[in-house]
Design a protein around this ligand. Structure first.
Ligand code: AMP
Ligand code: MG
Length: 344
């Protein structure tokens, strides 16, 4: 398939919107990462998203809307908490899992009776949804398992030839995917951390939220192997379907070094030297201390750049943060490394 490379001019967005209306696939910029969009009500088009990405079919897709009032097309029932979160955070990087209306296709929701919805904070995305005049289902626009794309060139490298068009806009401002909150039980539950934190949500709702247990199941690891730096996950038993698969993985072998900052730096230097001595090409990801927003912005782009440079091994310094934006970045970093952790 020939993929049209489009810009974010009104004319190009209008062309992209007609592709969506005809049941085609268009990659689009959002403030979080680039999405791979299709008409959320067209089962065949949504099935094509799974094909293009090689995505396992039990992993549901987030539906993007351009007006809060479009919630009425997707869900039969809103709570005061849902309305409060919509009013506080939309448009923005917060996805709400709500009960679905019967006519939202199973293909979009992975057969669940809920649907995940968000309003992106990106003019190009909002214009596309408005012109297409339908909610747009869009997972991240990467080949399944690869790092999420935060720049148009990353989308082109994964999707050129597989989809109808790519809307090439700015680099994504946030850089990691939205926070996902399940709003279907009394206590809102964070299924995926993002830059909107538990604390932000609690402040808006005036009540406690919790984390899904699978997010905390990665803390038990073997100690570092002194020669390779490899560590191994112990008893990791993920609950949600998407967690079964290796995510965000670079082509290079990757290890996360965790511990007190000076020791982490030293260990990275030691392992880098050791590996380079025998001819391996080593890439390092070490963010400034507590610069979590920058880390979120840069992380996936760094992984892709290091892959393009052809490094064999990536050594990444863990961010120490148990709850906030750093925690959200760590969620991605650990998955990228296949939970390969070395403690120092
Ligand atoms: P992505 O499309 O790559 O941004 O991933 C979407 C994320 O939202 C995945 O982790 C899904 O498992 C999650 N998700 C989407 N829809 C639902 C839903 N109805 N219930 C629970 N999680 C969902
Ligand atoms: Mg994804």
């Amino acid at each position: 398939m020939k993929t049209k490379i489009l810009s974010t001019t009104k004319q190009d967005i209008s062309e992209a919107a007609s592709i969506i209306r005809r049941g085609g696939l268009v990659a689009l910029p959002t403030e979080t990462v680039y999405g791979l969009g299709a008409d959320a009500f067209n089962s065949k088009a949504v099935a094509d998203i799974y094909k293009a990405k090689g995505r396992p079919s039990d992993n549901p897709i987030i539906v993007h809307i351009a007006r809060a009032s479009d919630m009425g097309r997707l869900t039969p029932m809103l709570s005061a908490d849902i309305v409060a979160l919509v009013e506080n955070f939309w448009p923005g990087p917060l996805t709400l899992v709500v009960k679905k209306k019967a006519d939202v296709p199973d293909r979009t929701t992975g057969g669940l009776d809920t649907v995940a919805v968000r309003m992106p904070d990106s003019k190009a995305a909002l214009d596309l949804i408005t012109m297409a005049d339908t909610p747009i289902a869009a997972p991240s626009a990467n080949i399944s398992g690869r790092p999420s794309p935060t720049r148009a060139k990353d989308v082109i490298s994964d999707m050129d030839g597989k989809i109808d068009a790519i809307l090439c806009g700015e680099d994504c401002r946030v850089g990691i995917e939205s926070t996902v909150v399940d709003m279907t039980s009394d206590v809102p539950t964070i299924l995926r951390p993002g830059i909107i934190t538990a604390e932000n949500i609690e402040a808006a709702l005036g009540k406690k939220v919790k984390y899904d247990e699978s997010l905390r199941q990665d803390s038990n690891f073997h100690d570092l192997d002194p020669n390779t730096g490899a560590g191994e996950a112990d008893g990791f038993a993920p609950k949600s379907p998407g967690m079964k698969y290796r995510h965000y993985a670079p082509k290079a072998q990757m290890t996360v070094i965790e511990g007190q900052r000076d020791k982490v730096k030293q260990e990275i230097e030691r392992l880098k030297g050791l590996n380079e001595r025998l001819g391996l090409k080593v890439g390092v990801i070490l963010f400034e201390e507590r610069a979590f927003i920058e880390a979120a912005h840069d992380f996936f782009a760094r992984l892709r750049d290091l892959d393009n440079e052809g490094v064999d091994l990536i050594l990444a310094g863990a961010l120490s943060d148990t709850d906030g934006v750093g925690f959200a970045v760590m969620n991605r970093m650990l998955k990228s490394a296949g939970y390969n952790i070395a403690k120092v």
